[in-house]
Design a protein around this ligand. Structure first.
Ligand SMILES: [Fe+2]
Ligand SMILES: [Fe+2]
Length: 165
């Protein structure tokens, strides 16, 4: 583990250990990639990019980690009211709110991450950054260029197993 990874863990510490975040390992997001692996990938790259650009690295890391905390199977039509593209950022913000105290910036990062497809406009450079990093990570995952489970293992994050039955 490198210095950046240790600092990322310090920044997101209690979130990484939470049941809600580790529960994202139960559902797949892009093909065979779990929502947990994708969210860690987005959070870590956003953290690194925010640092390189002199932005708020804590908001970028936390917003990135929680942006897809919707906690249901996106293929299950009964799990959310309408179109996943619109619904999941709102569900993620609601769940994140219960888990930790979100700043206004962090809340907007979560709600705006699907812009321009859905949700409000990104209102900070960090929100624009996470929106862009999310798109890049999704591209790398879908094209199988990078499998972020490698990063999760290096960070030592354990997915929470599904409850049997
Ligand atoms: Fe998303
Ligand atoms: Fe995402």
């Amino acid at each position: 583990m490198n210095r950046f990874m240790r600092e990322f863990i310090q920044t997101t510490g209690e979130l990484l250990e939470s049941e809600q975040v580790r529960m994202m390992g139960r559902w797949n997001h892009h093909g065979p990639i779990s929502t947990l692996d994708h969210s860690l990938f987005v959070a870590y790259l956003s953290f690194r990019a925010a640092r390189a650009l002199g932005l708020d690295e804590r908001a970028a890391a936390r917003g990135g980690l929680l942006h897809d905390l919707y906690l249901y199977d996106s293929k299950d039509k009964s799990a959310h009211p309408g179109w996943q593209c619109f619904d999941h950022p709102r569900a993620a913000a609601r769940n994140a709110e219960q888990l930790t105290e979100l700043s206004d910036k962090e809340r907007n990062i979560i709600l705006s991450h699907m812009w321009p497809l859905g949700g409000p406009l990104p209102r900070s450079l960090e929100a624009w950054l996470v929106d862009l990093v999310d798109t890049i990570c999704a591209g790398l995952e879908v094209s199988r260029i990078y499998h972020p489970a490698r990063l999760r293992k290096r960070l030592g994050v354990q997915p929470l197993a599904a409850v049997p039955g």
